[in-house]
Design a protein around this ligand. Structure first.
Ligand SMILES: Cc1cc2nc3c(=O)[nH]c(=O)nc-3n(C[C@H](O)[C@H](O)[C@H](O)COP(=O)(O)OP(=O)(O)OC[C@H]3O[C@@H](n4cnc5c(N)ncnc54)[C@H](O)[C@@H]3O)c2cc1C
Length: 530
């Protein structure tokens, strides 16, 4: 509470800002985190040299994101330790890795995990193993220290900060009526079908398949829902979870976002309190680091390895990988291979891609993403209204933010320090439906993105520029599958991905990307008997 009061007291009038801005310093930084070159090497190299070594293992896991790490954990828990995991980057974690800036831990991608429901027992078990869940007087209790502290989220709307993300401040009765109507539609959908995470654990209903046939925006317009604030909020939610807005994702995805979790409630209208979310300074890297640790100590994690070729034979599977340290191709022979790679990559490296891969890969559209970590040396001045929160979003105005960022999370929000000091703000930009998003992501220099984020954040924090010391930008060219119309029809049950010598596990199979989906698929692949 003390920290909150101190920050609120810093909501000073911003007099004198312009004179400070005149002395603007050059902010340093650059791209980091993802090796686009390694991915492109795989795409562009026609002929690789012959392998220099051949090694054997019972199971080879290709790809060390959440799905690959979950598969490794499942193998380990059943006592199967003769396996290795090959990962392209220099550390495991995939989209859920973390970094440090100015000595402060911060996320490089995924940053939260909602408290898992009973449909995701695999994730509940993991959290229990990691000490985040325990039984007390016959009921489950979640570890408070890792649940996001209050205040959780705020929106900069009409010149001031308001609590929560749903625009409320000064909205008219027609907006509130639109919120109530959407809430009723979500409740109706919840009663008419099962909305479950992980999605690969259930059969889709006729209603869900119908919703999968159109975009969310087309469905909203069929329902005569056109209120600007409601549409902005729903668009924001879709960009946040799916990497693209409501004109791109399906109506199934838009409803699934709410119906599978907390529903949609108008604040203050008798709704239950929103469920908690787990978060850490380094985001979900807190989880992936713990999943990777036992593999590291057992020598089972091989990083800097570009898997080039996976070929199934009568007696097993042969995998070739380019070792970026030795600059040599190395061969592995295994009884099984768990392919925890994005489908885009799996389709390229599998010698005889399965018809399911071909079909799904043809349908899939990937969202590019950009994540920027912004180190600030001193606390920011703040506009009036709600106190600084973990998640801070800026409602677009006519003049700024044509770029539609997802705002920022504060890496030191979970810290118990009483006096605010230096911190890292992690700024997110999903480019799934931005025109030429991927090309711009690849071609623009890092300074372009730095300036764009500074302009965006200067709306609520005009003193930002002078307090930023460094900006580190991570680019994801093919970050996640977008649940566009038609996706649900291509989702196959998890059990059918684990039958033969090749087993598949990656969030791409779920049609959208969240921790629970990736983890459940990895767990299923690692648990399959052979
Ligand atoms: C910016 C961003 C923010 C996100 N935020 C959240 C969040 O807050 N909460 C949440 O639940 N989800 C979030 N997600 C979704 C996130 O993608 C999933 O939670 C999860 O991390 C996906 O794991 P995965 O294993 O399916 O895929 P990936 O993370 O894609 O893992 C695939 C792995 O394969 C490796 N690989 C690729 N090619 C090769 C090759 N040729 N050889 C060897 N290895 C290879 C990659 O390097 C990677 O490690 C976010 C995603 C992004 C991009």
């Amino acid at each position: 509470m003390q920290r909150r009061h101190f920050l609120a007291a810093s909501a000073l009038p911003l007099i004198g800002c312009h004179s400070r801005n005149e002395m603007r310093h050059e902010i340093e930084g650059g791209f980091e985190g993802i090796s686009l070159e390694r991915g492109h090497l795989l795409r562009d190299t026609k002929t690789w040299p012959a392998p220099t070594t051949t090694q054997r293992t019972r199971v080879l896991i290709a790809g060390g994101g959440v799905a690959g790490l979950a598969a490794a954990r499942a193998l380990r828990l059943r006592g199967m330790n003769d396996f290795v995991l090959l990962e392209l980057e220099d550390s495991a974690g995939g989209n859920a890795r973390g970094t440090q800036l100015g000595g402060i831990a911060c996320p490089m991608g995924a940053h939260y995990l909602p408290v898992p429901g009973d449909d995701a027992p695999q994730v509940q078990d993991l959290l229990e193993e990691l000490g985040l869940r325990r039984r007390m007087s016959g009921r489950w209790v979640w570890e408070e220290r890792h649940l996001c502290h209050s205040p959780q989220e705020r929106l900069f709307f009409r010149g001031e900060w308001q609590e929560g993300m749903l625009p409320l401040h000064g909205v008219g009765p027609q907006t509130l009526a639109a919120y109530r109507r959407f809430s009723a539609l979500v409740e109706h959908a919840r009663k008419a079908a099962r909305w479950v995470i992980p999605v690969t654990s259930v059969q889709s209903s006729a209603l869900q398949l119908e919703l999968d046939g159109i975009t969310f925006s087309a469905w909203l317009s069929q329902q005569n829902l056109s209120d600007a604030q409601l549409l902005w909020y729903l668009d924001y939610c879709c960009r946040d979870d799916f990497g693209a807005g409501l004109a791109t994702v399906s109506a199934w995805a838009g409803i699934h976002y709410f119906a599978s979790r907390h529903g949609f409630h108008v604040p203050g209208e008798g709704a239950p309190e929103r469920e908690g979310v787990f978060t850490w300074p380094q985001g979900n890297a807190w989880l992936t680091q713990r999943l990777a640790a036992p593999l590291q100590s057992a020598g089972q994690l091989h990083t800097g390895q570009i898997v080039l070729r996976i070929a199934e034979s009568k007696h097993g599977v042969e995998i070739d990988a380019f070792n970026t340290a030795s600059q040599a191709v190395e061969r592995w022979q295994a009884e099984r291979c768990i392919v925890a790679l994005p489908l885009l990559v799996a389709g390229r490296v599998l010698q005889t891609p399965d018809v399911r891969i071909r079909e799904r890969a043809a349908q899939i559209r990937y969202a590019p993403w950009l994540v920027a970590n912004v180190h600030i040396a001193q606390p920011l001045f703040d506009r009036p209204g709600a106190a600084p929160s973990w998640d801070n979003v800026i409602y677009p105005t006519g003049t700024a933010a044509t770029l539609q960022s997802l705002g920022y999370v504060d890496a030191t929000h979970q810290s118990l320090q009483r006096v605010p000091g230096a911190t890292v703000l992690t700024w997110y930009l999903a480019l799934g439906d931005a025109p030429e998003g991927r090309r711009r992501l690849l071609e623009q220099p890092w300074t372009h993105w730095r300036d764009a984020l500074l302009a965006d954040l200067a709306v609520p924090h005009p003193d930002l520029h002078n307090k930023v010391t460094r900006v580190a930008i991570t680019r994801y060219g093919h970050a996640m599958a977008m649940p566009t119309p038609g996706t649900l029809r291509h989702i196959v049950p998890a059990a059918t991905l684990t039958g033969g010598r090749l087993q598949f596990a990656h969030s791409d199979w779920a049609g959208y990307s969240v921790f629970e989906e990736a983890f459940a698929l990895g767990q299923a692949a690692g648990s399959a008997r052979f």
